[in-house]
Design a protein around this ligand. Structure first.
Ligand SMILES: Nc1ncnc2c1ncn2[C@@H]1O[C@H](COP(=O)(O)OP(=O)(O)O)[C@@H](O)[C@H]1O
Ligand SMILES: [Mg+2]
Length: 365
């Protein structure tokens, strides 16, 4: 049982390089929070400060109602799982999992009870006598998690725990981690650079960039209501399209693409975008909100005629890539629709799902 609070936390390395620039984050008891962002944005530094492995330059970290700034890692009641799970090669799986408890002088039967319980949750009961070298990557990852679980800590900290696994195993272990949290809902802070991992695991996703938090929210909210161009472009794959537009009044509020196509702003957004009339802005539109126009339907829909560059059939959908006035654009279309390189494909834009971005501030308006 523990909340974690990160308050105005700064980490400066020598030469006054600020890796973390005064971040605030309140994590609820039992919550699964994922820190995500590009390499070097300060995720690991933040996690290591929560763990006590890295000193805080200024600010406060609270775990379960206590300031832990000066509490050494072993007394913080946290358990950490790294990318490199560092099992002891000469010890059996049981002993690897039991090691931390033995050090803390837990009674033998309590150790056995906890290891058996963790092994049951992780489905590795049959492996307890094996040495790490006789395990697959996924099994080793489970043992590393088991070692954290037996501690019954207040907080789990994960730093890119799946990065060493191949793609298929990564997806499988992702589900396992989620299942473990459903079984034992311990407060968790999980670091990854992979936005799909972040979206699938998190109760709330924290998007970091250059040592600051860009946005915090549930996955769906970040996807549908990104606050900044950075978040809009980082969350979602294939990424959101960004197109330069001019906002204008032309028998109603419209946005004009660089190729001259004018698209009407939906009535419920006119008040919001009206103040930007006359401005150069950026239109953000996800690939699924650019869809093919079938001949017979909606004769008055505005067509964006695209010269197809590359077609990528994915099975349940097809991605088509093209350019609008030099800007690369991707659309998700129905796989039954005919599309081929160097042919024109008429597309419609669903502006009910548009994002309008201020070029100076980078904020979604
Ligand atoms: N010991 C250190 N000394 C100096 N700079 C560091 C040190 N550790 C990390 N940094 C810098 O701090 C920034 C954040 O690093 P890190 O938290 O590891 O990023 P992430 O985990 O998001 O990839 C990076 O620019 C990195 O180079
Ligand atoms: Mg890192």
């Amino acid at each position: 049982m523990a909340q974690v609070s990160i308050r105005k936390v700064v980490k400066a390395y020598e030469g006054n390089v600020q890796a973390v620039k005064g971040i605030d984050l309140e994590i609820a008891d039992e919550e699964f929070v994922v820190l995500v962002g590009p390499s070097g944005c300060g995720k690991s530094t933040t996690l290591r400060m929560v763990a006590g492995l890295e000193e805080i330059t200024s600010g406060e970290i609270w775990i379960g109602g206590d300031v832990v700034n000066d509490v050494p890692p072993r007394d913080r009641d946290i358990a950490m799982v790294f990318q490199n799970y560092a099992l002891y090669p000469h010890m059996s799986v049981f002993d690897n999992m039991a090691f931390g408890l033995k050090l803390r002088k837990f009674p033998k039967d309590e150790i056995k009870r906890r290891v058996d319980e963790a092994a049951r949750i992780l489905d590795i009961q049959a492996l307890l006598e094996r040495k790490p070298k006789a395990l697959s990557g996924g099994q080793r990852q489970r043992v590393a998690m088991g070692r954290a679980i037996v501690r019954n800590p207040k907080v789990f900290l994960f730093d890119e725990p799946l990065s060493n696994l191949d793609a298929k195993l990564r997806v499988q272990m992702r589900t396992e981690i989620k299942k473990v949290h459903q079984t034992i809902p311990t407060t968790t802070v999980y670091v990854t650079h992979d936005q799909v991992e972040a979206m699938t695991l998190a109760d709330r996703v924290v998007v970091m960039n250059h040592g600051v938090i860009e946005q915090v929210g549930p996955p769906q909210e970040l996807y549908h209501n990104p606050a900044t161009r950075f978040v809009a472009g980082f969350i979602g794959s294939p990424a959101m399209n960004f197109l330069p537009v001019r906002v204008l009044d032309d028998g109603g509020l419209k946005v004009e693409l660089a190729n001259g196509v004018k698209l009407a702003v939906p009535p419920q957004r006119v008040d919001r975008y009206g103040p930007y009339k006359g401005r150069q802005m950026t239109l953000g539109l996800r690939p699924e909100h650019l869809t093919e126009i079938r001949d017979t339907e909606k004769p008055n829909v505005v067509r964006i005629d695209c010269m197809v560059d590359v077609v990528e059939p994915m099975g349940m959908e097809t991605l088509v890539h093209f350019f609008i006035d030099g800007e690369p654009v991707c659309a998700r279309i129905d796989p039954v629709t005919h599309s081929a390189p160097n042919e024109v494909l008429p597309l419609a834009a669903d502006l009910n799902n548009m994002h309008l971005i201020d070029n100076e501030s980078g904020k979604v308006v």
